[in-house]
Design a protein around this ligand. Structure first.
Ligand code: SF4
Length: 457
């Protein structure tokens, strides 16, 4: 029992987090930056921060994550990191030749008060930024928010590259939020199926799911280009998936470039995918083809065929707000019961939204923003669940309480497949159902006595 010290007595805690359900801001900024073509993320802080952020992403995506660091030592920590960053910009463009450097700050550089814009201006004035190359920067102090906040801040920095020409280009911007590379590819596939031309940013498909070819490429083919980001100001609309991950960037484009935005839930599950397709259709003024209806029908078919195994199952979920909102809605639509929902990311709006989704259902939901895994475990100890859904950190609870765990979200450190198989859209819904059913039916096969053990389920 690795978590044997978790007690059933839930005490009100304000200043103590135990086993957090989040990680630090720059990890999100680094992931978003990897979705820009030819970009080298740069961590403006100490080497330790950068090493941690890179390894967190490497362990999840199973790809080597390249990133540079300002390598703060005592001098920079006291007098500021301007000299380090200027030197770094010069070195990176000279040695690694990226098209873009995306700088995010860290706790240390934020506390000192380093001003990225001022340092960027100085770098440009001193000729350290080659012609045609770009610097972008996002503030990511980790003592506020979470990795989701850092992701959102870097995505907003991308949007701020928009240069509207005054002439609409007929494209739709899609800001997918923090989803897997396979999810981004699936969203683009669906948009293409509907006949809509899109600019997706960030776009890590083709970057963090790139094939092994025998040749190392520092900058894979994927990612949104700077040209596309500049043209995002001429789009006919923006679909932002997720209030926490994507809405700030979309609202900025709306306010500054007059690109109308719609903030949607991430398209996990039937209803959220329906809304995505409907908004896409409306914004682009197209008709949804039959091929999309076929995919939808397959998902509905599986739901109705296997409903008896989903009905009434109690689920505990943890992860990021945007993902959890759609997933709770999906589970409720299957007549499952998401009874415990925790995110480490702050935001009372999250709690209200989850309560709204579960209102009027035959169970009571316990939900906590800025919560932790310890609290989740305590709830489970008091009243168990049938399924755990979340990242790898739930495996300790799964083992101690003997509850199946469906790995989903970030980070997944001990399994494969998440970067290759989408869980968004109708096809992603099928995969989620398959994974859930496998867990429920494997458990049933394990626990059934000889009289009820069935070959055909
Ligand atoms: S919490 Fe702050 S100091 Fe720690 S790794 Fe993250 S950015 Fe660095």
């Amino acid at each position: 029992m690795l978590l044997r010290h978790t007690s059933k007595d839930v005490a009100d805690r304000k200043a103590l987090t135990i086993n957090p359900a989040k990680t630090c801001q720059p990890i999100g900024a680094m992931y978003a930056a990897l979705g820009i073509h030819g970009c080298l993320p740069h961590s403006h802080g100490s080497q330790g921060c950068c090493a941690y952020h890179r390894s967190a992403l490497t362990r999840h995506y199973k790809e080597p994550i390249s990133a540079a660091t300002s390598s703060f030592t005592e001098g920079a920590s006291v007098f500021g990191g301007q000299a380090n960053l200027l030197q770094a910009i010069n070195n990176i463009f000279t040695v690694y030749e990226p098209e873009v450097i995306a700088v995010h700050t860290t706790c240390l550089s934020e506390t000192i008060g380093d001003d990225l814009k001022q340092i960027f201006d100085k770098a440009k004035k001193e000729g350290k930024v080659p012609e045609g190359c770009t610097l972008i920067g996002a503030p990511t102090p980790s003592y506020v928010g979470s990795h989701v906040t850092g992701f959102s801040n870097m995505v907003k920095a991308m949007a701020q590259l928009a240069e509207p020409s005054g002439k609409k280009n007929g494209k739709v911007n899609i800001i997918p939020g923090w989803v897997e590379p396979a999810d981004m590819a699936e969203i683009k596939r669906l948009a293409a199926l509907v006949g809509v031309s899109v600019t997706m940013f960030p776009d890590t498909s083709g970057v963090l799911d790139a094939p092994l070819t025998g040749e190392y490429t520092m900058f894979p083919d994927g990612g949104v280009t700077i040209k596309e980001l500049k043209a995002s100001g001429d789009a006919i609309g923006t679909l932002a998936m997720g209030e926490w991950c994507s809405a700030d960037a979309a609202r900025w484009l709306d306010a500054k470039c007059k690109v109308p935005c719609t903030v949607l839930d991430m398209p996990f599950g039937l209803a959220a995918t329906d809304r995505f397709i409907d908004v896409l259709r409306t914004v682009a003024g197209v008709t949804v083809p039959d091929a999309v209806a076929v995919e939808r029908g397959q998902l509905v078919d599986l739901i109705s065929d296997m409903h008896q195994y989903f009905y009434g199952k109690r689920v505990a979920l943890w992860g990021d707000p945007d993902q959890l909102i759609s997933m709770c809605e999906f589970l409720v639509s299957l007549d499952m019961q998401p009874v415990y929902v925790v995110t480490g990311t702050p935001g009372k709006k999250f709690e209200a939204r989850i309560r709204e989704i579960c209102a009027g259902k035959p169970f009571e939901v316990k939900v906590k923003a800025k919560g932790d895994m310890f609290l989740m475990h305590q709830w489970i100890k008091n009243e168990p669940v049938d399924l755990l859904m979340g990242n790898t950190y739930g495996k300790y609870i799964a083992r101690d309480e003997d509850i199946p765990l469906l790995r989903w979200g970030f980070p997944i450190l001990d399994r494969q497949g998440h970067q290759y198989f989408p869980t968004v859209g109708y096809k992603g819904g099928l995969r989620l159902l398959e994974k859930m059913l496998d867990l429920f039916l494997d458990r049933k096969d394990r626990d059934d006595d000889e009289q009820t053990f069935e070959l055909v389920l």
